[in-house]
Design a protein around this ligand. Structure first.
Ligand SMILES: NC(=O)c1ccc[n+]([C@@H]2O[C@H](COP(=O)([O-])OP(=O)(O)OC[C@H]3O[C@@H](n4cnc5c(N)ncnc54)[C@H](OP(=O)(O)O)[C@@H]3O)[C@@H](O)[C@H]2O)c1
Length: 324
């Protein structure tokens, strides 16, 4: 299934592949299996591959570079920039034009390509006018190094300013059954401006798959996330149990129901479930066959209305860099 990303934007797969988990975000990964997973996505005609230069300091881009060797034309590369790592920690935002110009050269090198399809500012730098950051990306478009520009987790004000500087093709943002914040303001704004949505973490970082049973089992980054901790975990698990029952009735997996729900929210939305395994990839891609009726959507909505999840979606430190 293909969808147009943004008004007059490219036609790309409605379900893409989020590659972040291949570089340490969700536990150990195996490089061979990760590369095979990316190759399988392309083989199945799912072209949208999402990465960032800061996913394990370029490791993720290098994996993609290997996987797309000889088949660059089959892939639509979505790369984020503007977040930095340092020995003191991760999460500093940098939207300076010089930094963007520098970062893109490194991404091209690691991806072994001479252009990026969609280049996205991962977080808006409050110390740099967004028009300047987008202006730097616009120069890259003029040079032919970047085809389309994206934003991620930006406020409505920044989205409007950015769109008045250069055409913005997509907004990458968390959107799932239990993260529906965008429905209030962001979604109506991007629709007005003709900007597509790239919905990330559609499985709520794996929680909606129903495979996580207790907080103690989580040994990766998710252990720092409030929704995966203590009482929040168990309250959220109760919701997932109800989704599982619905999935049985629909003869699909809970993950497929969650992905189908995101796709049912509008033709202007694509989604990028993340996995490092072919098995999950194939299951997730098959979600496009799950058709949800109005009745299904109402039942899902009754279980997971806006704002139902317990706990914030990021730890406090990272909540502060959202919506700028
Ligand atoms: N713009 C941003 O700020 C931002 C933030 C976060 C993520 N992203 C992007 O969005 C992508 C998707 O986000 P995400 O990785 O958090 O997505 P997600 O799909 O919500 O969660 C991924 C987790 O779910 C597990 N999983 C995937 N399919 C499954 C299945 N069918 N059954 C059981 N478990 C399954 C994965 O396991 P395995 O790891 O074992 O395969 C992984 O632990 C990322 O890869 C990244 O590219 C962007």
């Amino acid at each position: 299934m293909k969808r147009e990303l943004g008004k007059n934007g490219p036609m790309i797969s409605a379900i893409g592949l989020g590659c972040m988990g291949m570089s340490g975000a969700y536990g150990q990964s195996d490089e061979k299996e990760s590369i095979a997973t990316i190759e399988r996505a392309l083989e199945l005609g799912h072209d949208f591959l999402d990465t960032a230069d800061f996913y394990l300091s370029g490791h993720n881009e290098m994996l993609i570079g290997q996987a797309i060797k000889g088949k660059r034309d089959k892939a639509f590369l979505s790369v984020k920039t503007g977040m930095m790592a340092s020995p003191m920690g991760y999460g500093a935002v940098n939207g300076h034009p010089d930094y963007i110009r520098h970062a893109v050269m490194h991404s091209l090198q690691r991806l072994k390509t001479d252009y990026i399809d969609l280049y996205t500012i991962a977080r808006i730098d409050p110390n740099v006018p967004v028009e300047e950051t987008v202006g730097a990306l616009a120069e890259l478009v003029a040079k032919g190094v970047v085809k389309y520009i994206g934003l991620s987790e930006a406020s409505v004000q920044s989205i409007r300013k950015a769109a008045s500087t250069h055409a913005i093709t997509a907004l990458q943002i968390e959107y799932s059954l239990w993260t529906r914040d965008i429905e209030a303001e962001v979604l109506p704004t991007v629709r007005e401006l003709g900007i597509g949505i790239v919905a990330y973490s559609p499985l709520s970082r794996g929680f909606l798959s129903g495979e996580l049973k207790k907080p103690e089992d989580i040994k990766d980054n998710r252990a720092h996330m409030p929704r995966f901790q203590g009482d929040n975990f168990y309250r959220n698990l109760e919701l997932v149990e109800k989704i599982k029952t619905l999935a049985v009735q629909k003869k699909c997996s809970p993950s497929q129901l969650a992905i189908a729900w995101v796709l049912a929210q509008g033709e202007d939305i694509i989604t990028i479930p993340g996995t490092k395994r072919i098995k999950y990839l194939e299951e997730n891609f098959a979600s496009e066959k799950v058709k949800l009726t109005q009745e299904d959507l109402q039942s899902i909505n009754a279980i997971m209305p806006f704002g139902i999840a317990s706990g914030t979606r990021y730890p406090e430190k990272f909540m502060g860099i959202l919506n700028k």
